[in-house]
Design a protein around this ligand. Structure first.
Ligand code: IP8
Length: 257
C-alpha cells in the first residue's frame, strides 16, 4: 500500500536509544528524558506523528549476545528488553494525556531474501486516523534464511517516511548533527558530500552501525523519494518541539538528495 487516507501532514520522528537510555549500562532508561520528550510532543501537538525509537541499552547488548549464540532464547531476551523500553515511551506519552500505542516489528516485519518486508501500514494508518501516535522501535525479526536479524529504528523511519509520504522527518540523536573534520556541524549534507566526507557523529557504533550508516539511509530517502530529513540533538531541551514546529533555529544537519 502506498496510498493512505490520512488528512494533514505526516511527520516521522525517531528518538535514538542513546538519548532514551544509558548505553554504558544494561537496561537503564533515562526516565526523566523520556518524560521531557513526551511533554514536548504534547506541547507541539503534531497532527499526525509516527514515532520510532532506538533500542539503546535495551537491545544492543542483548542483540550482540544473540548474533553470537544464534539461540532463540537470546532473540527473545532482545525482543523483551526493547519491548520494555517501548512500554516506558508509550506509557510516558499516555501519562501526558497523549494517545499512543506500541507497534512491535517482530510481529509484523520479516526479512526475506535479505529484504525487509513491512506489514505495518494498516496499523499505522488506523492509529493516525484516531489521533493515536504509533510507537515503533528497532527490533529483532524473523529471517527466512537464518533465524533472526535486526531491523533498526532508522530503517523503520525510512519505511514509514516513504510509505506515508512524510513531510517532515527527524532523527533525534545525542549530538548536534554530522560533524566535518574540524568538528563543526554540517548544516546541509548531500549524496556527493557523503561520498567524500569522513562522517563523524555519535560516539556509539552498535549492532546497527553508527552515524555513517544512518546518513547513508537518509541520503537514499532524499535521493529516491525526495524526502529530506534532519539530524538533531534530542538530548537538548526544546529541540523536539522545535523540530515538530519546524522552527528555523533548530541546529542540525539536513540531509538532501
Ligand atoms: O537502536 C536496534 O535498533 P536501533 C534494534 O534503532 C536492536 O539501531 C534490537 C538492537
Amino acid at each position: 500500500m502506498n496510498k493512505h487516507s490520512i488528512a494533514g501532514e505526516i511527520y516521522v520522528l525517531k528518538i535514538g536509544g542513546s538519548v532514551l537510555t544509558d548505553k554504558g549500562e544494561i537496561r537503564k532508561a533515562r526516565k526523566a528524558t523520556i518524560k521531557r520528550i513526551s511533554k514536548e510532543i504534547v506541547q507541539a501537538a503534531p497532527k499526525n506523528l509516527i514515532l520510532v525509537h532506538g533500542a539503546g541499552s535495551f537491545g544492543h547488548p542483548q542483540a550482540k549476545v544473540y548474533l553470537k549464540s544464534r539461540e532463540l532464547k537470546d532473540a527473545l531476551i532482545t525482543h523483551e528488553a526493547v519491548k520494555e523500553l517501548n512500554w516506558l515511551v508509550v506509557s510516558a506519552l499516555t501519562d501526558c494525556g497523549q494517545k499512543a500505542i506500541p507497534l512491535h516489528p517482530l510481529s509484523a516485519v520479516v526479512s526475506k531474501g535479505g529484504k525487509i518486508v513491512y506489514k505495518l501500514n494498516d496499523q499505522i494508518e488506523l492509529a493516525l486516523k484516531q489521533g493515536i501516535i504509533p510507537v515503533l522501535h528497532g527490533d529483532i525479526i524473523l529471517d527466512d534464511e537464518d533465524g533472526f536479524c535486526i531491523v533498526s529504528g532508522d530503517q523503520l523511519v525510512v519505511y514509514a517516511a516513504k510509505e506515508f509520504k512524510a513531510s517532515r522527518v527527524g532523527l533525534g540523536t545525542d549530538v548536534d548533527g554530522v560533524f566535518d573534520d574540524s568538528g563543526v556541524v554540517i548544516r546541509n549534507l548531500t549524496l556527493q558530500d557523503v561520498e567524500k566526507q569522513n562522517i563523524k557523529g555519535s560516539e556509539h557504533v552498535d549492532v546497527t552501525g553508527g552515524m555513517k550508516e544512518k546518513v547513508e539511509l537518509l541520503v537514499q530517502l532524499a535521493a529516491r523519494y525526495k524526502i529530506r530529513a534532519v539530524l538533531f540533538n534530542a538530548a537538548e531541551e526544546s529541540n523536539v518541539v522545535k523540530f515538530l514546529r519546524g522552527d528555523d533555529d533548530l541546529v542540525g544537519t539536513v540531509v538532501t538528495g
